[in-house]
Ligand binder design. Structure first.
Ligand code: NAD
Length: 394
C-alpha cells in the first residue's frame, strides 16, 4: 500500500564499473572543480589506492592541491576542523574523498565547514541546520562496501571527549558524484569486507521496516539485499572477484540511498552507542545486534520480515516456508549468514567477542535511547528493552 505522502531524494551521480575512476576528471571539470583536496588515510596510501587515483588523473586538468591523511576510524570534529585549515591554506576549490565511511564522513563535515564559511563544525550538528551556501564540488570514491555514505544525507562524526557519535543530517551533505570502481575494494581484508557488508545489510533491512519507508526506498533496499546475499560471501572468499566487489559496491550504495530516505532503527541506535563507548567497529556492532533487534521487532513487523525472506534466501526456501513462519525464518537466515561469515573470516557474533563487558551495558543503553535512529524503529524501545537486547547479544 502506498503511503499517503512520502518524499524520496537522491541527486548523486553514480559512475559504476571497472575503471570507472578514469571518468572522474571529466565529471569534476563539469562541476567547475580544478584544485581538489584529497581526503584519505595513511593505510590507504600504503596499500596503493592513491596511486590508482593519481593514474586516473594523469594528463587531466585536475590537480590535487592538498592531501589530508590524518583521519582516524570514526573521525572526529577536531579532524574536520583541521582539514578545513588545510583546504583554505592550499586554496582548494573542491573535495575528493577516497576511503571508507570514516573518511567520507570527514569529507562531508569539511564540505559543510567550507560551504558555511565557519571554522567549527560543531555549530552544525543535528538535522537540517545546514543552510544553502557556497556549493563545494564533492566526489566520493568509497573503498569499503558498507556505509553507503556516498549516497546518504548523513555524516556520523565522533566527539571523543563526550564519547558520542554525532549525526549531521542535511540534503547539503549528499555528494555530487559517487565512483564505484572494484579496484578500490580489492585490498580490503576479508574480515572488514564481511563486517562492512553486514552494515549494508542492516541499512537495507532497517529501512525496509522503518516507519518512514516508501516504495522507492523499498525497491533500493530489496535490490541491495539480493546483491549482498549473492556476493558478500564471494567477496569475502576472494577479494579479487571483480564482479562480487562491484556488486557489493552497488549494494552498499543502494542500501545507503534507501536508508537516507527511510532512515534506520534500533540496530543503529544501539550500535552507535556501542561504537562510541567501547570503540567497536561500526559494521561489527551492526552484524552482532541485527538478529537480536529483529527478534525484538518481530511481533510488529513479522509480515515485512516474512516478505524479506524471499530476498534473503531466494524462492525455494520462501515457497517451502508457511506464511506465518516466514518472519522467524528470515531471522534464522540472517543468523546463518553471519555464522557462515564467522567461519569464513572470523566475523564476531557476540558483543563479548569485541571486548564489551557486562558492566558497561547500562551506559550503552542510556546513550542508545537518546539516539535519533530510535525514532523511526517500527517498535518503541525503552531503557529496559535495550538492556535486554544488549544482554542477549553479549
Ligand atoms: P572505516 O572507514 O572506518 O574503515 C575501516 C578500516 O578499513 C580502516 O582501517 C580503513 O583504513 C580500512 N580500509 C578501508 N578501505 C580499505 C581498502 N580498500 N583496503 C584496505 N583497508 C581499507 O569503515 P567503514 O565501515 O567504511 O566506516 C565506518 C564509519 O562510517 C563509522 O564512523 C560509521 O558510524 C560511519 N557510517 C556513516 C554512515 C553515513 O551514512 N554517513 C552510514 C553508516 C556508517
Amino acid at each position: 500500500m502506498l503511503p499517503r505522502y512520502y518524499e524520496f531524494y537522491n541527486p548523486v551521480k553514480v559512475l559504476s564499473g571497472d575503471h570507472a575512476l578514469e571518468n572522474l576528471p571529466y565529471e569534476m571539470a563539469h562541476l567547475s572543480a580544478s584544485r581538489p583536496i584529497l581526503l584519505t588515510n595513511q593505510q590507504l596510501v600504503e596499500v596503493g589506492l592513491t596511486r590508482i587515483l593519481e593514474s586516473a588523473l594523469r594528463g587531466s586538468e585536475l590537480v590535487i592541491a592538498a592531501q589530508f591523511t590524518e583521519i582516524p576510524p570514526d573521525s572526529s570534529v577536531h579532524v574536520v576542523n583541521a582539514a578545513g585549515r588545510v583546504f583554505r591554506e592550499a586554496g582548494c576549490d573542491s573535495i575528493i574523498a577516497l576511503g571508507g565511511g570514516s573518511v567520507i564522513d570527514t569529507a562531508k563535515g569539511l564540505r559543510v565547514l567550507i560551504g558555511q564559511e565557519t571554522d567549527d563544525i560543531m555549530q552544525y550538528m543535528g538535522a537540517d541546520i545546514v543552510k544553502p551556501a557556497r556549493r563545494v564540488p564533492f566526489a566520493v570514491i568509497p573503498t569499503t562496501a558498507g556505509t553507503g555514505s556516498e549516497a546518504t544525507l548523513v555524516a556520523v562524526i565522533a566527539h571523543p571527549e563526550r564519547q558520542v557519535k554525532m549525526e549531521f543530517v542535511s540534503h547539503h551533505l549528499l555528494p555530487d558524484l559517487a565512483v564505484l570502481d572494484p579496484r578500490l575494494t580489492r585490498s580490503l581484508p576479508p574480515r572488514i569486507t564481511a563486517s562492512t557488508g553486514m552494515d549494508a545489510l542492516v541499512h537495507a533491512i532497517e529501512s525496509y521496516t522503518s516507519v518512514q519507508r516508501n516504495p522507492l526506498s523499498d525497491a533500493y533496499a530489496w535490490a541491495a539485499i539480493e546483491l549482498i546475499r549473492d556476493h558478500l560471501p564471494r567477496a569475502v572468499a576472494n577479494g579479487h572477484d571483480t564482479e562480487a566487489r562491484l556488486a557489493m559496491a552497488n549494494a552498499a550504495l543502494m542500501a545507503g540511498a534507501a536508508f537516507s530516505n527511510a532512515m534506520v532503527g534500533l540496530v543503529h541506535a544501539i550500535g552507535h552507542a556501542v561504537g562510541a563507548i567501547c570503540r567497536v567497529a561500526h559494521g561489527d556492532a551492526m552484524a552482532i545486534l541485527l538478529p537480536h533487534v529483529m527478534e525484538y521487532n518481530l511481533d510488529l513487523v513479522h509480515e515485512r520480515y516474512g516478505r524479506l525472506l524471499l530476498a534473503l534466501a531466494g524462492p525455494e526456501l520462501y515457497a517451502a516456508t508457511p506464511a506465518p513462519e516466514r518472519g522467524q525464518q528470515a531471522i534464522a537466515v540472517v543468523r546463518a549468514f553471519s555464522q557462515r561469515l564467522h567461519e569464513a573470516c572470523g566475523l564476531p557474533l557476540r558483543l563479548r567477542d569485541v571486548g564489551v563487558t557486562d558492566d558497561v551495558l547500562p551506559a550503552i543503553a542510556r546513550t542508545a535511547i537518546n539516539d535519533g535512529a530510535l525514532l523511526l524503529n517500527p517498535k518503541e524501545a525503552g531503557l529496559d528493552d535495550v538492556l535486554q537486547i544488549l544482554r542477549q547479544a553479549l
